[in-house]
Design a protein around this ligand. Structure first.
Ligand code: GDP
Length: 432
């Protein structure tokens, strides 16, 4: 069972937090200096995952006697933990003792989750921003006493635990959700009909899932896919009546409900502003993206020449999109769709381990440092992947980065780790 150690100065609210985590109401022991408290383990559970929480006494670096023994116990707890929750009192801010604790935690090389406790109101929540200076990433603002923020914190603790032993059967996971979008007449209904016909009939239900009646389940390449919000396509409504405004609302709804969008473009026509807006909707919603150039049966050598130029010019901002050239009419390359969607989803959910990420980044920034600005060149101190779907990265730096340099980092990140078919977000946190 993985172990989570809770450490921090006396009186920051560690026991209250531990009580929150284990979900038991017991006498809240405040960390009064001198009060005897060694390592106390409790069993806890969250989202079906079991782990042990170790409550430690208040950590004080220069303590004498009994307090020194408590500090030593806390250090042992850190050494034996899989994840450390480091609690700071947001009403006090980061003290010298907190900074000393951070140095001790660094030496341990354990994943550390920074908690800004006693954030009982919005003003205090804002105060927590100053705790970025500890260099432990984003502080989790919580109020252990009132329970605020503890769910998110538990989610984060869980995601930092070592991977659980694999479950033998991959349980009933619902079908992946796909939005089929594009301006009117690009061939959305034709494509949906084609895949429904070619690849066995549409199924009505999949064990363990509920499917919205406006969605279609379609089997492609051995998997069942959920094409969201396709009722309109099937009934062929809105074709004449759909003003662009309503079309774009529908697109937004479908994209929001989906994990990946297949944007249909008419290969026989120029890439229009309306096409661009659909692409923007997908990118801004942070969904995986496959671009299908439909009506490829109409593309001759001449058109091909101009289309290539158009792609270079019009799709320059999304060079990472996966492209397939299909014909809903003849069925050409429609079988390429499912593998393309799978690849985009894999990128969308890709997680780069922090070690590999920082190793790569160190090499990159040594080879090509940020240009000097006002006598200094901002440095990237540390990077971490904050999330997936889409992948989100945070760069901790000594100062703001040039937009150009940030784009360079993103391009190199993609070259190194892939991410075809997925947008990625990079945010920069300059140290204050
Ligand atoms: P939607 O508005 O996006 O659903 O587009 P439709 O599926 O209704 O198609 C619009 C028109 O394009 C129809 O006349 C289709 O027959 C035609 N069409 C769709 N796909 C293709 C294709 O791959 N090749 C050709 N030549 N025509 C197509």
């Amino acid at each position: 069972v993985p172990v989570v150690a809770v450490v921090g100065r006396p009186n920051v609210g560690k026991s209250t937090l531990v009580n929150r985590i284990i979900g038991r109401r017991q006498a809240v022991v405040e960390d009064v200096p001198g009060v005897t408290r060694d390592r106390v383990p409790y069993d806890a559970q969250w989202n079906g995952r079991r782990f042990t929480v170790v409550d430690t006494g208040g950590w004080e670096p220069d303590a004498k006697d009994r307090a020194a023994a408590i500090a030593a116990q806390a250090e042992i707890a850190v050494q034996t933990a899989d994840v450390v929750v480091f609690v700071v009192d947001v009403t006090v801010g980061a003290t010298d003792v907190d900074e000393a604790a951070v140095r001790m935690l660094r030496r341990s090389h354990k994943p550390v989750i920074l908690v800004a406790n006693k954030a009982d109101n919005q003003n205090l929540e804002l105060e927590a921003v100053s705790l970025w200076s500890l260099g432990l990433g984003e502080p989790h603002t919580i109020s252990a006493l009132h329970g605020r923020g503890s769910g998110d914190l538990l989610d984060d603790i869980l995601s930092n635990l070592p991977a659980p032993p694999p479950i033998l059967e991959d349980g009933p996971r619902g079908p992946r959700r796909v939005a089929l979008v594009g301006r009117p007449n690009v061939g959305k209904s034709s494509l949906l009909n084609r895949v429904s016909k070619e690849e066995r009939a549409v199924v009505d239900s999949v064990a363990g899932t509920t499917v919205d009646p406006v969605d279609s389940l379609v089997e492609m390449d051995g998997d069942i896919w959920q094409f969201v919000d396709t009722a309109g396509l099937r009934k062929r409504v809105n074709q004449a009546s759909g003003t662009e405004y309503y079309a774009s609302l529908r697109t937004a709804g479908a994209v929001e409900a989906a994990e990946v969008a297949v944007v249909l473009l008419d290969a026989g026509e120029v890439i229009s502003e309306q096409d661009q807006r659909v692409l923007t909707q997908v990118v801004e919603a942070g969904r995986a993206l496959v671009i299908a150039f439909n009506k490829w049966d109409l593309v001759d050598a001449d058109r091909r020449f101009y289309l290539d130029k158009e792609i270079d010019r019009e799709l320059k901002r999304i060079p990472w999109a996966i492209r397939v050239n299909i014909s809903a009419k003849t069925g050409r390359a429609v079988d390429k769709l499912a593998p393309a969607i799978r690849r985009a989803l894999a990128s969308w959910e890709q997680r780069i381990p922090t070690g590999a990420l920082n190793q790569w980044l160190t090499e990159l920034t040594q080879a090509t440092p940020h240009p000097v600005r006002g006598g200094r060149a901002p440095r990237i101190l540390f990077a971490t992947q904050a999330g997936i779907a889409p992948p989100r990265f945070v760069l901790f730096t000594t100062g703001p980065l040039d937009a150009g340099y940030q784009r360079f980092v993103e391009r190199k990140l993609r070259e190194e780790f892939g991410f075809e078919g997925s947008p990625i977000e990079i945010s920069v946190k300059p140290r204050k």
